[in-house]
Design a protein around this ligand. Sequence first.
Ligand SMILES: [Zn+2]
Length: 117
Amino acid sequence: MREPYLFIKELQQAIEESVTALEPPLPDPPQPVTTDPGDDGWLFDSSREYMEQLKHYKTPDQWQKMHATMRSKHKVCPECGTSFVAVPRAVYCGGTCRKRGNRKRWRENNQRRAKKG
Ligand SMILES: [Zn+2]
């Protein structure tokens, strides 16, 4: 009778041989698809300023639309002269100027009424 240790050793050797001899049919590994980006065709360049980088991300049409939107939202406060980006209905830059402007308009309206009466 063989010793159990020897039997296990033989079995291990047989398994190792069958594993090293194993060559499963594998498909060819995928090859990377690269295109030459050219000198200034890079989409991202860390040396660019924010707006310059943004221009590279947008098509010329998108860039024009974005500027038109920015221009339409840009307003100047009639009270303090500060330029600001506004929601469509906004006239003043903030609450303080809005109250100041409304008070001024109210005073003007009441003076007119006083002169008429
Ligand atoms: Zn203001």
